[in-house]
Structure formats: C-alpha cells, structure tokens
Design a protein around this ligand. Sequence first.
Ligand code: IPE
Ligand code: MG
Length: 239
Amino acid sequence: MDGNGRWAKNRGLPRIEGHRRGVENVREILKAARDRDVKYLTLFAFSVENWQRPAEEISALMGLLELFLSRNLKDLVENEVRLRVIGRPEELPERVQSPLRKALEATKNFTARQLNVALNYGSRTEVLDAVRAYAEAVSEGREDPKRLDWPGFTKFLYTDGIPDPDLLIRTSGETRLSNFLLLQCAYSEMYFSPVNWPDFGRAEFEAALESYKSRERRYGRTGEQVQAHAPAEEASVGQ
Ligand code: IPE
Ligand code: MG
C-alpha cells in the first residue's frame, strides 16, 4: 500500500491525511477482495524500516492501526475473516497490543478467509528469525539439517501455513519489492500500478485481477508443457 504521502502532498494536505484515506481504502479493498473470493489478502502496513520516519508520523500510523482494529473487528467477525500478523508485533507500542490481541483471539477459528497484516515486517528480519528458530530446533534435536527441504524450512517463517501469494500488487508507481515477502514471492505474479494507494479502489483492484488472469505461470517449465498438461504446481518448486 504505497503512495499515501504523495496522495496528500498532491492535494496540499498533511501526510497523515493520506494515511487516513489509505485506511478507508483498506475497507474498500477488503470488500472487493471478498466479492471476488480472494481467500488470502496480505497488506504491507508497517515495515521494520518505517521506524526511521518522523516520530509523529509513526505515532499517527499506530493510532490509525488501533482505530482500524477496533472499528473493523465486528466486520471481520461477521464475515468470518481470520486475522493474522506477520512480522514482530511484540515490538509495536502498547496502545496497539490490546486491540490486536483481541482481534486475533476473536477471529482465530475462522477458516473462510484470511487477512494477513504485515506489521513491523521485513523479509530479512523474517529470515533471521527463521534461521534462529531453526538453529535452536537443531540444537535441541528436533530438526536434522541433512533432511532440510524447502517445505520444512517454511515452517519457521512468519507465513507458516499461509500459501505463497499468487499476485503481488504495489501501488504508486514504485517498481521494487522493498523487503516484502522476498522468499514467498519467488513465483508470484507482479502488478505495478501508478495509482497512489488511497485512490486504488475497486476498479483498480479488478484491473489487477484481470491482468493476473492473462498470465501464464510456468514455474520453470516450457509454455508447451504447461499448455499440454495440468498447470504446473508451485509445491514442486525449489525443493
Ligand atoms: C504507504 O504510503 C503507507 C505506509 C508505508 C505506512 P507512504 O507513506 O509510503 O506514501 P509515500 O510513499 O510517501 O507517498
Ligand atoms: Mg512510500
């Protein structure tokens, strides 16, 4: 979700107003994704690098997160959406801890849909946390490095149990991944939109899904192989 600041700047408004409009758009996209039966939606809300922003912007973002959680919990429950966090949520300020815990607890048994929110997330941090946990498991005899394969390693990632993204959308015209799900996006289709996040509404989202439909996912095979047989399976990749 990129471009909140520029959206505001273009209108002569403070950056925080862009973030506020960005949160409103999250609600819009949640509805659009639900209508299109998207089972897993992951939002990059706050990165480990975002702590470098001005303190007042960080504080405003945390306030918006707190508000989002308390205002949308009812909606998540009614629509049976399970909330998950990827990242290091324990390092977030106290004010978001309780609404976050409450929302995670209230939605933990839902299986229909899942909303993953990347909070205090960075791919490299995730790799370090995973390697650390794996090394501990080895030293305690629960894991054997000789038997390590990719599915086995993914159990140590924040995204354990979450399928790899089929489609990654980045808004605001930036064409980079910025430390987001680098391992999980190994075979994801990429969609870069010039539209800033607050304006990336239902129509833009639909256009991204349309673009996805026309992609041919080969996972290392040839186009002829993919067309002649059942679609290639990601599960067999990279083991
Ligand atoms: C995305 O908008 C929101 C967050 C990172 C929380 P930005 O704040 O990155 O907006 P720009 O990139 O300055 O326009
Ligand atoms: Mg940005």
